[in-house]
Design a protein around this ligand. Sequence first.
Ligand code: OVM
Length: 401
Amino acid sequence: MTTPVEVVAPASVKGDPYSVENITNPYPLIQRIREAGPVCWLEDIGVFAVGGYEEVWEILTDFETFSSAGGLGPKDIRKQAAWRPPSILESDPPTHTVMRRALAGVINPNVSRQLRARITEPADSLVDRVLAQGEIEVISELAEPFPLKVIPDLLGVRHEGREALLPYGNIVFNAFGPENAILTRAAARADELSRLILESCTYESLDPDGLGVRIWDRVHEGLITDEQAQLLMRALLSAGVDSTVLAIGNLLAVLAERPEAWARLRREPHLAKFAIDESLRFESPFQKFHRTVSADTVLGGVRLPKDAKVLLFLGAANRDPRKWGDDADTFDLDRNASGHVGFGMGLHQCIGQPIARVEIETLLQSLLERVESIEPTAEFEPLVHNSLRGYARIPVRLIPA
Ligand code: OVM
């Protein structure tokens, strides 16, 4: 005999997570979502929402019940066409499995080792340059230029069209939210930017010595189609720049606001890796996206009907006191932040993670060696964005060591 699951109505929560107020400071709404129960109903936008670590983890690791093929935004792209052909992150097995295998053959630990050796000098010279300036704006002068050089150089992407990378990523990540004014503004040049990006992803336009062309080897082996290879290249270019820019920005913002943490990292540089994971937990760049329910189910006592969208708050899971303790809202260099969902979890967990980590580690190490302190010179300006959290401007003064 099976015990029937007790089913309750989800608590209703007021508040629009896409309002400018809740975007610039998501934490009060996030707390109400977590405290409303395992699953709540966001009445202002008409969607189920989950902010507890356990439930976010459960959804991310149950790809059979919580599908990605409906897209990560609020509309079901199987019913209403998406703005572009679906990506690997908008797929389920068995399609996903083949695509993931093709990428896994290209991004491996060897890549990160070679990348580290290659980008140490560029990181050092970038840091020397901004240090000579003294006062800088971190996003435009440090956080953007570094991934914008590292990623296309690594993949062998031609120079023509590289200017499309940031604005294209801005469309992609904003499209994980509703069709509001934020997305409309980001998507103004969608056709032109899509064309530039797709042209950069063809076999012919890739440098034969770069990593990107290795994806095309998988076509020649018969694992994936031409179209799939182009879309996997597109995925690396979509996912690999904006997210890392904000991860670098959030880390440096957190450390600029905590001079004692900067001083300690300079004394104990082996803590750098922990600082990076703690900042990914504490200020997760990728805050929220949706999954689609594949078949009627019950989660945390709440009935979720087939085809319903569920909004996952990764940034809430990463500050859930039941997982992280009563000081979950504190940045703590002594915390073990492993298990955070800043890179997701399960089948779709960020495949570019080793690359992002090497970029962030290299830049941080270079700064720790050369910079005595980072002093904010004006209030940091938050980014208004549908799915990413970070800053548009981080004005600081760098004091040389
Ligand atoms: C993609 C893609 C784009 C943005 C983010 C992402 C976080 C993937 O095109 O596959 O993963």
